[in-house]
Write a new protein. Structure first.
Length: 319
């Protein structure tokens, strides 16, 4: 039988899983992570700002390097994540009362160092993560409030300078289907392209939930971004449900996984799919959404959920 990544490769795409450092000491877990199912990984936390620059201008790469080393040893690409976000920022950064000039140089210094450190070792960077509110306005955060939306172009230019070969992405959630937030991202990417700002791809996180329905028009939405001249990727896929799971919810979940996979397969510039870890043992969902979980294709005992796994494999062209 073929693995998910082998099937994806036959379609010219990759199939990946996020991971995190604590899990890398779980040998049953790493046997599957590095065992061929996944052609790419994303560090769930260890390349974020609080991890990489915990004190100003003091950089810390040990945990990010551990993920890169694991990937290299197991023939996996790395989708690096993330340079500019509103969350998981160190307190020296959030407690400072920075002028725009100061914050711009902090941003540029961070990106020069972190993307410079990983240059040549990562396939892509989520340069900017989650810039938008649900209504399509810019998120009110340190970056936007101090620098306006221009921080996005500043970050992309700094990333290109630091790592000319990495594919540079903007990544967000609830942009998978049509809607105000997706339109805002579309207009942003269109305008960045028109200004010659380096932007190579758009990431669609795809944190879906059985109880919220499937995003409307996903394939057409991915295609309209691709038509702007950028790659697209599914970057953090999971499909949570209200616990306990039952056969109807799992059937819906399997359909959602299949439909996301089919949408990516149908769009030539969709480069691949990453699930936000592969096993419920290490999913972020139960810690964030009380009473929800069972979001991933492998259960808490690292066993495949046959109907979910098979739905993805079939959508990837397996039989
Ligand atoms: O490191 C501390 C540890 O010292 C402490 O004992 C423990 C107690 O709670 O917390 C640990 O920090 C946790 C961190 O993950 C590392 O495990 C934080 O509480 C926890 O909030 C944090 O969650 C991460 C979350 O981003 C934070 O926003 C998840 O692991 C990570 O999967 C999640 O990933 C995000 C993407 O970056 C962006 N898209 C959404 C996605 C899911 O939220």
């Amino acid at each position: 039988a073929s693995t998910l990544n082998q099937l994806a490769r036959t379609q010219g795409k990759y199939f990946g899983s996020a991971t995190d450092n604590p899990e890398l000491s779980d040998s049953a877990y790493t046997a599957i992570l590095g065992g061929g199912e996944f052609g790419s990984t994303t560090p769930g936390n260890s390349m974020k700002w609080d991890a990489t620059e915990p004190q100003q201008n003091q950089f810390s790469y040990a945990r990010g390097d551990a993920v890169v080393d694991f990937a290299e040893a197991h023939d996996m690409m790395v989708r690096a994540h993330t340079l500019v976000w509103h969350n998981q920022l160190p307190s020296w950064l959030t407690s400072g009362n920075w002028s725009a000039t100061q914050l711009t140089s902090i941003l540029q210094n961070h990106i020069a160092n972190v993307a410079g450190h990983y240059a040549g070792k990562v396939y892509s960077w989520d340069v900017v993560n989650e810039p938008f509110n649900e209504d399509g306005t810019y998120r009110s955060d340190l970056w936007y409030n101090t620098l306006g939306s221009g921080y996005i172009a500043t970050a992309l230019r700094a990333a290109r300078a630091a790592d000319p070969n990495a594919k540079l992405y903007i990544n967000d959630y609830n942009t998978e289907g049509s809607g105000a937030k997706s339109d805002a991202m579309y207009n942003l990417v269109k305008s960045l392209k028109a200004q010659g700002v380096p932007i190579d791809g758009v990431g669609f996180q795809a944190h879906l939930a059985v109880q919220y329905g499937f995003p409307p028009g996903m394939q057409a939405n991915l295609q309209r971004f691709a038509d702007l001249g950028v790659d697209v990727a599914i970057t953090e896929l999971d499909v949570r449900m209200e616990l306990p799971a039952d056969s109807a919810k799992v059937a819906t979940q399997a359909t959602y996984y299949a439909n996301v996979t089919k949408a990516c397969i149908a769009v030539a510039r969709c480069v691949g799919i990453t699930i936000w870890d592969y096993t419920d043992k290490y999913s972020w969902v139960p810690g964030t959404f009380n009473g929800q979980g069972s979001a991933l294709p492998w259960d808490e005992n690292l066993n495949k959920k046959p109907s979910v796994y098979d739905a993805i494999a079939t959508a990837l062209g397996g039989s």
